[in-house]
Ligand binder design. Structure first.
Ligand SMILES: [Zn+2]
Ligand SMILES: [Zn+2]
Length: 275
């Protein structure tokens, strides 16, 4: 049975993936490009940085907007997952993850059209796994951008977070222990909540406060111009590469060179510069 689609087992005329599955994979990518990632970026960065800026500007309307760390992490994870998928197909520029697996260094908005155009290469050599990875990524992004309006993500349950569970990386097959992250949703006026997972009774003031810390560990990998564009998109202000240079000289940015012209930028530092 040479002529069966590797993903859905339907009869395929030529190649190993049928046209329906190819189209589905392409559409998933295009949804991420046009709706998923831009919306998530707005939620994760622009709205949050407006919230951080507003008290100084006397704009109370945005003052209560919480930093949406989980949306930021989802955004970064989605981009990294796409970069790893494309990295397996040796999409240039080519680099490596810390764990030794290949990864392209292109930003998602430049990467996705390339992936869509080469979808067959991207899905091989393990079409089912690659398809699952794409579907999971789209689902994670859509869950973040379609959450209920008035209840917002305000943190994670500290009691759950104190316990770890073994998590298997779908790409490397490695298993490691990671803290359990149960998202807690609440309205702005709510003071107490019960964790839906472990049923702990939570003081939301503490949940909110402890949630602001992990942003220190968030980084993006970009060229200088790419970082400037990223910060423009995230803040709604025009940022140039020259401005990044000035902030670096002033000691406000400390990017770390990754490969060639690529640098790793701290998201906290970038956002602090436009505040
Ligand atoms: Zn198929
Ligand atoms: Zn819990």
């Amino acid at each position: 049975m040479d002529n069966q689609c590797e993903i859905c087992q339907a009869d395929a005329n030529a190649g190993t993936i049928c046209p329906v599955c190819l189209k589905h994979a392409r559409n998933t990518l295009l949804w991420l490009e046009r709706i998923g990632m831009p919306t998530l970026q707005q939620i994760a960065y622009r709205q949050a940085s407006m919230g951080e800026t507003s008290p100084r500007h006397g704009n109370r309307a945005y003052a209560a907007t919480p930093l949406d760390i989980d949306a930021r992490q989802t955004y970064i994870d989605a981009e990294t997952t796409l970069q790893r998928l494309a990295g397996q197909a040796q999409t240039k520029p080519y680099g490596w993850q810390a764990d030794g697996t290949p990864r392209t260094l292109l930003a998602w908005n430049r990467l996705i059209p390339i992936m869509a155009a080469r979808i067959e290469r991207i899905l091989n050599p393990r079409p089912r796994e690659a398809m699952q990875t794409l579907a999971d990524t789209a689902r994670h992004v859509s869950e973040r951008i379609e959450r209920p309006e008035e209840r917002r993500l305000i943190g994670i349950c500290p009691q759950c977070h104190a316990t770890t569970i073994p998590v298997t990386d779908p790409q490397t097959g490695e298993t490691r222990d990671e803290p359990l992250r149960t998202p807690i949703y609440a309205t702005e006026r709510q003071h107490w909540a019960v964790c839906p997972y472990c049923a702990a009774f939570l003081d939301l003031a503490k949940v909110r406060a402890s949630y602001l810390k992990p942003i220190d560990s968030l980084h993006i990998t970009r060229k200088r111009a790419g970082a400037a564009r990223w910060l423009s998109d995230a803040s709604g202000r025009r940022v140039t590469g020259k401005m990044l240079d000035n902030w670096r000289q002033a000691g406000r940015l400390h990017p770390r060179r990754v490969d060639g012209q690529y640098w790793e930028w701290s998201i906290r530092e970038l956002l602090a510069c436009v505040r």
